[in-house]
Design a binder for this molecule. Structure first.
Ligand SMILES: [Zn+2]
Length: 431
């Protein structure tokens, strides 16, 4: 069993007491965190590897609660357009040409980017989802993977059967790093009858559901016209929100009744401020959701609408956006923003029993940031720095499931040059 001692580090635990522990020794045994000790006090053990983390800050690995990882292939391909023409004229036609291996290499590119940014888990919905799952298992990453289901495709029913079989077969692969779900794209792309089959499939496979909900005003207006209900009310009536867990991405245009439903059903919400700002979708009522006790995590969405997978940037956007929108600088304070990207996302995905905090018994998913830098001095408040001053480039070392996947800025399970070569070659066919 591999064992690590991370020496003399400041630990931001994100635990119930909000402990920030300076001068600590963090011990990892196998896949899990076994203890946090005052430096020099950890009991000795044979064969333990030591990492001197003087000047570093350890945080629970960031959890990207909503993305489409292989959309890195479309980064910068279509910008500055409204959501529907963007999807219909640019994104969907490109995606129809994608093959399994394109998604594999696009996912590797996204995983490389995320690990470099201290992200240790992502929640994905995409085409050729087995390739996504393979990339996760191959790289030591942690992820929740669901196949995207679009009800209007001629082979939609067949794809649903494939997605259910995938969810059953790939569940817990990669030493438990892989979680599977079903991914009906959005209420406006799937009919009630199809959603009923999805719910039945999720129940049978004992997996959750990942879906986009109320991202644009137009989507909600159409739902009110066609169903006399908001998308949230419609999903609740169909019984979809009773599946555990449900991850609803965006939830921008929601009513007070919707908020009450989402909170009561413990639906996980992925707030995606960067994507919502870029597509001008609107501002999700996050302070209201949090006040109502809803479970809110944070996600980047795909790289075509962000255009990066940098979760520290997303944390900062979440902290800033609501202050501006609510004309109140006390809204979404630093700790709450960082909590959304760690424990919040873990709760939203139903994996908070294993990740989201640094404490004994939790899986060792940890990012170490180098705080010996001008933009992180002086250290009045470590959490404030993480939210308002730190950058992805400050992340130096990352552990996932007890294993180092990046050390001193070098990725250990990914060959970046080969990724660039593969992606470059594939794009000559795709565009
Ligand atoms: Zn999305």
């Amino acid at each position: 069993m591999e064992s690590w001692l991370i020496k003399n580090v400041t630990v931001v635990t994100m635990d119930d007491e909000r402990h920030v522990v300076p001068n600590a020794d963090l011990v990892i045994e196998g896949a899990s965190i076994s203890g946090i000790w005052p430096t020099g006090r950890a009991p000795a053990a044979q064969g333990r590897q030591t990492l001197d983390a003087t000047g570093m800050v350890a945080i629970p690995g960031l959890i990207n609660a909503h993305t489409h990882c292989a959309m890195t292939l479309l980064r910068g391909y279509a910008d500055d357009m409204p959501l529907m023409p963007w999807l219909k004229e640019r994104i969907w036609p490109f995606e129809m040409k994608l093959r399994e291996e394109d998604v594999y290499w696009g996912t590797l590119l996204g995983i490389a980017e995320m690990i470099r940014a201290g992200v240790t888990c992502f929640n994905d919905m995409y085409h050729h989802f087995e390739a996504t799952a393979r990339a996760v298992v191959d790289t030591g990453m942690r992820a929740v993977v669901s196949g995207v289901l679009l009800g209007f495709l001629p082979n939609a029913d067949e794809l649903l059967d494939v997605a259910i079989a995938f969810a059953e077969q790939w569940k817990d692969k990669g030493d438990g790093r892989l979680v599977t779900m079903l991914g009906p794209h959005a209420p406006y792309t799937v009919a009630d009858k199809f959603l009923a089959r999805v719910i039945e499939g999720a129940r049978a496979a004992q997996v959750g559901i990942h879906i986009h909900v109320s991202e644009t005003r137009g989507e909600v207006e159409d739902s009110l016209r066609d169903f006399s209900k908001t998308p949230v009310a419609r999903l609740a009536q169909l019984g979809l929100l009773d599946v555990q867990p449900v991850l609803a991405a965006h939830c921008v245009h929601i009513t007070d009744d919707d908020i009450a439903i989402l909170a009561a059903k413990r639906v996980g919400i992925s707030h995606c401020p960067g994507s919502n700002m870029k597509l001008s979708s609107g501002v999700a009522p996050v302070p209201k959701l949090l006040d109502a006790g809803a479970v809110v995590g944070l996600g980047t969405d795909g790289a075509a609408s962000n255009n990066n997978l940098d979760m520290l940037e997303e944390v900062r956007l979440a902290a800033l956006l609501h202050k501006l929108e609510g004309k109140d600088p006390t809204l979404v304070p630093a700790y709450q923003a960082l909590e959304m990207a760690t424990r919040g996302s873990a709760r939203a995905l139903g994996i908070d029993d294993r990740v989201g905090q640094i404490k004994p018994g939790m899986k060792a998913d940890i990012a170490l940031l180098d705080f010996q830098q001008p933009h992180l001095f002086p250290r009045h408040d470590v959490v404030s720095h993480l939210v308002y001053a730190a950058r992805a480039g400050d992340v130096r070392t990352v552990f996932i499931n007890g294993r180092p996947v990046m050390r001193d800025g070098a990725l250990l399970s990914l060959d970046e040059r080969e990724i660039y070569r593969q992606v470059g070659e594939r794009l000559t066919r795709l565009i």
